[in-house]
Design a binder for this molecule. Structure first.
Ligand code: GLC
Length: 540
């Protein structure tokens, strides 16, 4: 394994509470997750990203950390975490954990001490104000829940700063002691053997008057310091930035290859859905054109869905309303600036669309992420509050609680609606059907893994007049794969100028058997509605 493993890895986003309950208390835990590692491995993924697993009052599902160097008792113990980590490593799976740097829970002992005693060193761990009027240019992120980034604390008699819920006070990065704490925490987990961190909400570490308090130079300086330590003491481990920003701002988080190894590509995600609904590739091409080159040794992380709402922060207001109308017709499907639905329901459980978006995800430049449950087309429950509807228990079988838990009540109800309930949508059923979403996922991942071009090739977009068809090569040294997608519901015919490959052939990796010998010009291809093709160029 090289140190650049992350540039071609496929990630699996795992919510421990939702995956498998090993002790029958209705909450998923590490003991349960260990028993499912073979399943995760069987998908063909390389790295697991686990959502925060630390002690927490769970007002933001663990993104409100009350103790950074332990495990939430519902999920098990530190010892069990280690067993999980070792078991993952034995199977060749890497594990990165979520690290919330920007804020803690208000239940964290630091904050408890800070609010009680203004002279305590912990008071300076947080950002306080007498008036709550500073930094007025910073936007509110949890728009549906918070009115201000300042909340008055009765105990302290002052306002404290928070970019997310008011139960998540922001740490004060102007205090070097906070840097030291965060670095100590990182070393703790890296010493245990984790393969890196998904650093949560990194754009917001610092505040400065007359700015929007995002992406500040001070923030980048701190992050570069973290990277230096990682490189020196833990080479081969990775840092992932959650920076929901426009491409021009995100690329700063790669630095000159001296900041994050990986950054999520937030702006491309909603445009995949837009392009599909419009039957028009232009939203995708536009955002790719606006995406700068990234430094050697770095990589994008791409995804279709995750544990949050399908965020529409990185689109125009008109596009946002269009997306809401198209994909979230009921008000309950909307939250903050996004859509709280899972992949399969967003696509009306249409196999062609599901295959197309997944094939696209796996063939665009970047390391793809699969959100647990989407590989079997799990549904959502829009009647649950916040983003919980996309975080329901994994559906393993048609047995009690979908095979997730033996308890009488589970942390959230297992989905049992008509179309997506565990009785119908579950792993056991899909193991038995070779054309199920599950097997298609495995097939796509396996096919990708065999093609260096799909994993790390450069992208060459083909200029095709037909707006419904997206066509591009992925090229790595001598290896070439032509990716073709018909985004529309109508059959399309396209002409490709492939004269330079005269005599060679294109072998379809997705629909074996289809083999185009490149003799004529132009090469005409008829594409079925919503067709996806990965055509591997084979020399004769
Ligand atoms: C990130 C997480 C989200 C969380 C927020 C605050 O955006 O993905 O789930 O609520 O940070 O920690």
């Amino acid at each position: 394994m090289t140190n650049y493993w992350y540039q071609e890895a496929v990630f699996y986003e795992l919510y421990i509470r939702a995956f498998c309950d090993g002790d029958g208390d209705g909450h998923g835990d590490f003991r349960g997750a260990i028993t499912k590692l073979d399943y995760i491995k069987s998908l063909g993924v390389d790295c697991i990203w686990i959502l925060p697993m630390y002690p927490s009052p769970l007002k933001d599902d663990g993104y409100d950390i009350a103790g950074y160097t332990d495990i939430h008792p519902d999920y098990g113990s530190l010892e069990e975490f280690k067993v999980f980590l070792d078991a993952a490593h034995e199977r060749g799976l890497r594990v990165v954990t979520d690290l919330v740097m920007n804020h803690t829970s208000d239940q964290h002992p630091w904050f408890q001490e800070a609010r009680r005693d203004p002279h305590s060193p912990y008071h300076q761990y947080y950002v306080w104000s007498e008036t709550g009027e500073e930094y007025a240019d910073a936007r509110i992120i949890f728009l549906d829940f918070e009115e201000s980034n300042w909340t008055y604390d009765e105990v302290a008699g002052k306002y404290f700063w928070h970019r997310f819920y008011s139960s998540q006070p922001d740490l004060n990065y102007d205090n070097p002691a906070v840097h030291d704490e965060m670095i100590r925490i990182m070393r703790f987990w890296l010493d245990l053997g984790v393969d890196g961190f998904r650093a949560d909400a990194v754009p917001y570490l610092y505040e400065r008057e007359d700015t929007n308090c995002e992406n500040l130079p001070e923030t980048h300086l701190f992050l570069k310091k973290v990277r230096q330590i990682m490189d020196k003491e833990y080479p081969g481990r990775v840092l992932i930035a959650e920076a929901n920003q426009w491409p021009l701002d995100v690329v700063d988080y790669f630095g000159d290859g001296d900041e994050f190894h990986l950054c999520f590509h937030f702006p491309v995600m909603p445009r995949l859905y837009m392009a599909l609904k419009q039957g028009d590739k232009r939203p995708i091409l536009d955002i790719l054109a606006r995406t700068p080159e990234i430094p050697p040794g770095t990589q994008w992380l791409t995804f279709l869905r995750n544990h949050d709402e399908l965020t529409l922060e990185m689109v125009t207001p008109e596009e946002r309303h269009w997306m809401w109308d198209q994909y979230a017709p009921e008000p309950r499907m909307r939250i903050n600036m996004g859509i709280r639905r899972r992949l399969a329901p967003l696509l009306d459980n249409n196999r062609g669309r599901w295959l197309l978006l997944n094939a696209l995800l796996l063939s665009l430049p970047g390391s793809p992420i699969i959100y647990y449950g989407d590989e079997i087309g799990m549904g959502d429950n829009i009647w649950l509050p916040d983003r919980h509807g996309c975080r329901t228990p994994m559906q393993w079988s048609a047995g009690k609680n979908g095979g997730f838990s033996t308890a009488d009540t589970t942390y959230l109800p297992v989905n049992d609606d008509d179309g997506y309930g565990y009785q119908v949508v579950n792993v056991a059923n899909q193991e038995n059907e070779r054309d199920s979403y599950l097997w298609v996922t495995r097939f796509l991942l396996q096919s990708r893994k065999q093609q260096p071009a799909l994993q790390r090739g450069v992208m060459e977009i083909l200029p095709i007049d037909n707006p419904a068809v997206l066509a591009y090569w992925r090229v790595h040294e001598d290896d070439r794969v032509l990716c073709l997608y018909n985004l529309s519901k109508q059959q399309q015919s396209i002409s490709l100028d492939l004269r330079s490959y005269h005599g060679d052939s294109l072998v379809d990796l997705l629909f074996q058997g289809e083999n185009i010998i490149l003799s004529e010009w132009p090469t005409v291809k008829i594409m079925a509605p919503l067709a996806s093709h990965w055509l591997h160029l084979e020399k004769t």
